[in-house]
Structures are given as structure tokens and as C-alpha cells.
Design a binder for this molecule. Structure first.
Ligand SMILES: [Zn+2]
Length: 203
């Protein structure tokens, strides 16, 4: 068939070009849609702000968890961080590619030593919501819950070997009396997130 015949038949509708519908972008509400994206880890933060997500927070993280446990989506979808060529959420120095950024809205005015959590400490509701979100995203993006794949910003330097200039999020949770090591917090969160995994199983 020559080009003109092709166009004629196309206009007549006898040749149906196969147009693939774009696959819907995975959302956390659709856990059955496993993504084939190259996102390989989640990095957990606190915003050093108040208990609500600000404009800047939404630009820097894919998900924010407010003081009452509400999960707020950031401006960029996690897929934006498959590469850092276009717009993406910049949350971790030199480790944004392939990393989903989740942040707890908390810890404004927190002090390192002597430790003070400040007026907006992380709440128990935030920890619960964080662990549920990790479990859900782990299923959606097929990311295992291990120290190298689900870790806090404060663990990045030690575990992934990239300097983070004194970042200490997350070194405290509400059930600790004072600041603890980032690995202790990371271990606690990973363990708790795993217990929530069964609720998000893929059939
Ligand atoms: Zn951080």
C-alpha cells in the first residue's frame, strides 16, 4: 500500500492504527499496579518545620506527613525522580535519582545538644502513617524494606557513603526520651513498616 492509499484508508477508518493508552501512573491508592519504574529506595526526613506542609516542603518531598498523620502529596510524583534532568524533588544531596522522598512535618526549633524536640515534635500519628506509607510504596514500587533501600537522611552518609553535611533527620521518635542513633530509628521504622506489609499484599 502506498502512502496515499494508507492515508485514505486511515481517514475511512479501515486501518486502525494501534495507539496504546498510556498506563495510568501508579498512585498509592492502587497497590495492585506494580510499577516498573527505576525508583529503588525511599529516604525519610523531617522538615524542621511545623506540623503542616508548607509550599517549599511540597517542592522538596514526594510525600509529607502532617502532625495528625495526614499524608500530603508533594508537587512532584515519585516518577519525577527517575532522573534528575527535568523537574524533580530535591531532598537528599547527590542521592535524588531513584529516591522517593518522604518527610515528617515536624521538628522546627529542635536542638541537637542538649537534645530538645522543640514546639513541633514528631507525633505518634506521624510514625504510624509513615510506616503504613512505606509498606504501601514498597508494594507499589517493588522496593524491599532493607537498610539500603528504606533509610533516613541521617543514615545516608554511613550506609550509602555520600556526605550529607550533618543532617540528623531522623534521630528521634516520640517513644525515646532523648536523641538516639540514626540506625536505631531506622531499624525501628523498618521493623514496624514490615509488620504493616501484610495489609498491602498483592494478589
Ligand atoms: Zn533530610
Amino acid at each position: 500500500m502506498n502512502f496515499f492509499d494508507f492515508i485514505t484508508r486511515l481517514l475511512q477508518g479501515s486501518t486502525q492504527p494501534k495507539i496504546k493508552e498510556p498506563k495510568p501512573v501508579s498512585t498509592v491508592t492502587k497497590v495492585e499496579d506494580r510499577s516498573s519504574s527505576s525508583l529503588s529506595r525511599m529516604i525519610l526526613h523531617w522538615t524542621a518545620g511545623r506540623h503542616t506542609a508548607s509550599y517549599l516542603d511540597k517542592k522538596h518531598y514526594h510525600f509529607l506527613i502532617e502532625g495528625d498523620g495526614t499524608v500530603v502529596k508533594g508537587y512532584y510524583k515519585p516518577e519525577a525522580n527517575e532522573s534528575t534532568r527535568g523537574g524533580y524533588a530535591a531532598h537528599t544531596r547527590m542521592k535524588n535519582t531513584g529516591s522517593i522522598g518522604i518527610s515528617l512535618c515536624a521538628m522546627a526549633g529542635a536542638e541537637w545538644s542538649p537534645f530538645k524536640a522543640g514546639k513541633y515534635p514528631i507525633t505518634k500519628e506521624q510514625v504510624e502513617a509513615l510506616c503504613s506509607l512505606i509498606a504501601e510504596l514498597s508494594v507499589v514500587y517493588d522496593i524491599p524494606i532493607t537498610e539500603r533501600t528504606v533509610l533516613s537522611h541521617a543514615e545516608v552518609e554511613k550506609v550509602l557513603g555520600v556526605k550529607q553535611r550533618g543532617k540528623w533527620d531522623i534521630s528521634w521518635l516520640p517513644h525515646y526520651r532523648t536523641r538516639v542513633t540514626p540506625s536505631e530509628v531506622g531499624h525501628y521504622i523498618r521493623k514496624k513498616a514490615k509488620t504493616k506489609l501484610s495489609g498491602f499484599s498483592v494478589s
